[in-house]
Write a protein that binds this ligand. Structure first.
Ligand code: UD1
Length: 426
C-alpha cells in the first residue's frame, strides 16, 4: 500500500491548476446512462473514484473512453442494470446510477451502500423521492430493486426531502428528466455541483429550472440526446491547496478555479489572517505570520462545506488561539482528530464539536488516513510538522485528489510517494 513521506517546514510558493470537480464529474458520467447518444465530458479529473464509476458503467454495457481529460460515455446498448456490491462498497456515490437507470431502462438493481467511515449515510430520501415518481422499490439481499411496475415511464411529482441531500437531489433530478410531466424538488441541495449537473442535463435536452435554489423544477421530456460539457473546477481541491499554502505561510495562486463557489471558505481563510485576491478564474493567497484561530460550523451550501472541515482543522492545530469546529452534516466526521493528535495537536471533542487549541509546533509521526478529506488534512498538517510525517493508506487521498503529492512538490513541498504502484486511473 502506498504511503506519503512529508518533510515539514517548507513554504509553498507558485501556481497550481485546479482539476475538474470529482463530485460533479461522477454524476455527469451517470447522466450518460440517460441517453443512447454520446456524452462528451471534458475537464474530468484522473481519480480512482472516476475509474470506479467508469467500471460501473462499463459493467452495464456502456462504452466509456478516456482521452486526456475528456471522457466519453455512450450507453446505446445497455446489457445490465445492476450496480454490484463490490463496486458500490468502494464508492457510495455509485448510488447516483439508480435514478438514471430507472428513468432510462425502467428497472435497476443497486447495492445498498452500507456503513461508511464518516457516518451512517442512509439513502432513504433517494428511495422516498423515487417512489413519489412512481417507482416500486424493495430491498432484497442487500440490493435496492426498483422498477416501474405496470407503468411505461416515471411520472412527475412534488417531492419534499426531509433533509438537504446532495446525491439525493441529483438522483431525483436525473430521474425526473425523463418522467411524464413536471417534478418539483423542494428542500433541494444548492451545491454548485448540482447546478453544473443541471447545466449538463439541460445541454442534453432536459428542462430543469431553479438549480442552485432550494426548489428545482423539472419538466420531463421523452428522451435526451448527446452533448458536450466541461466539468466545473473542483472547489474542495482548490480550498485544500489554499489551506496548504496558508499553513506553511506561503504564497500560492490556484488557477482554473471557480472563486464564486468558495465564499465561505475564503471568508474563513481571511479571518485566519490570509490575504486573498480573486480574479475570474483564479484565487491568490498570501499568508504572513501565524494563522489566527477561527470558529466554524459546517452546513449545506452556501455555508462552510463539511468536505473542508478536516483540512481547516489542520490549520487550526497551529493557529494562535482557540477555535471551535461544529460538524452538522455527518455524525462521525472527526476520525482525523486522533491522527492529528499523534502529530501533537491539542483537540478535544464534545459530541459534534471539536475545540482546537492551537499549538506552536506539530511534530512528524506515522499517521493513517481514514477517509478522503481526513487524508488531505493529515498531508496539510504534515507540511508544517517538524521532521518526517508518514501518511499511510493514501488510497483514500487518490480517490479525490489528482497527483496531490506531485502538485504540492511543484509548489516546494518535500513530499514523496513510496510503496506499491499507484492504483490505476481511468
Ligand atoms: C455529497 C458529497 C460529499 C459531501 C456531502 C455533503 C458526492 C459524491 N459526495 O455526499 O462529498 O460531503 O454531499 O456535502 O457528491 N442523508 C440521509 N438520507 C438520505 C441522504 C442523506 O439521512 O437519503 C443524510 C446523510 O447521512 C448526511 C446528510 O444527509 O448526514 C447529507 O448527506 P448528502 O448530502 O446526501 O451527502 P452525499 O450526497 O452522500
Amino acid at each position: 500500500m502506498d504511503q506519503l513521506r512529508i518533510r515539514g517546514g517548507q513554504r509553498l510558493r507558485g501556481r497550481v491548476r485546479a482539476a475538474g470537480a470529482k463530485n460533479a464529474a461522477l454524476k455527469m458520467l451517470a447522466a450518460g446512462l440517460l441517453t443512447r447518444d454520446e456524452l462528451v465530458l471534458s475537464n474530468v479529473p484522473q481519480l480512482a473514484d472516476i475509474s470506479t464509476m467508469s467500471r460501473l458503467l462499463s459493467a452495464m454495457g456502456a462504452k466509456v473512453r478516456r482521452h486526456g481529460d475528456t471522457v466519453t460515455v455512450r450507453s446505446d446498448g445497455l446489457t445490465s442494470t445492476e450496480a454490484s456490491y463490490d463496486l458500490v462498497k468502494t464508492m457510495r456515490a455509485s448510488i447516483v446510477v439508480l435514478g438514471p437507470l430507472l428513468a432510462r431502462a425502467g428497472s435497476a438493481r443497486v447495492s445498498l451502500p452500507g456503513g461508511c467511515a464518516i457516518g451512517a449515510r442512509p439513502v432513504d430520501q433517494h428511495l422516498k423521492g423515487l417512489q413519489a415518481l412512481g417507482a416500486e422499490i424493495r430491498i432484497e439481499h442487500g440490493y435496492i430493486v426498483a422498477d416501474l411496475g405496470q407503468k411505461r415511464r416515471l411520472r412527475g411529482a412534488r417531492i419534499v426531502t426531509d433533509l438537504v441531500t446532495v446525491t439525493g437531489t441529483e438522483n431525483l433530478m436525473m430521474a425526473a428528466t425523463l418522467a411524464e410531466g413536471e417534478t418539483v424538488i423542494e428542500n433541494a441541495a444548492r451545491e454548485p455541483e448540482v447546478v453544473d449537473l443541471a447545466g449538463c442535463l439541460n445541454q442534453m435536452g432536459a428542462r430543469i429550472r431553479g438549480a442552485g435554489t432550494d426548489r428545482i423544477t423539472v419538466e420531463g421530456v421523452e428522451s435526451l440526446h448527446g452533448a458536450a460539457h466541461r466539468v466545473m473546477p473542483d472547489r474542495i481541491e482548490t480550498g485544500s491547496f489554499l489551506i496548504a499554502a496558508a499553513i506553511t505561510g506561503g504564497e500560492v495562486v490556484v488557477e482554473a478555479a471557480a472563486p464564486g463557489t468558495l465564499d465561505a471558505v475564503l471568508d474563513k481563510l481571511r479571518e485566519a489572517g490570509a490575504d486573498i485576491q480573486t480574479g475570474e478564474d483564479w484565487i491568490g493567497l498570501r499568508m504572513n505570520g501565524r494563522p489566527r484561530a477561527v470558529d466554524l460550523r459546517t452546513a449545506p451550501y452556501p455555508a462552510f462545506p463539511t468536505d473542508m472541515q478536516a483540512q481547516f482543522m489542520a490549520l487550526g492545530c497551529v493557529s494562535e488561539g482557540v477555535g471551535t469546529i461544529v460538524e452538522t452534516i455527518f455524525e462521525n466526521r472527526f476520525m482525523h482528530v486522533l491522527e492529528l493528535q499523534r502529530l501533537g495537536a491539542d483537540i478535544r471533542i464534545d459530541g459534534n464539536s471539536a475545540v482546537v487549541h492551537g499549538v506552536e509546533k506539530l511534530s512528524g509521526a506515522r499517521v493513517m488516513a481514514t477517509d478522503l478529506r481526513a487524508s488531505a488534512s493529515l498531508v496539510i498538517a504534515g507540511l508544517v510538522a517538524e521532521g518526517e510525517t508518514w501518511v499511510d493508506r493514501i488510497y483514500h487521498l487518490d480517490r479525490g485528489y489528482e497527483r496531490m503529492e506531485q502538485r504540492l512538490a511543484q509548489l516546494g513541498a518535500l513530499i514523496e510517494r513510496f510503496g506499491a504502484i499507484r492504483p490505476s486511473t481511468a
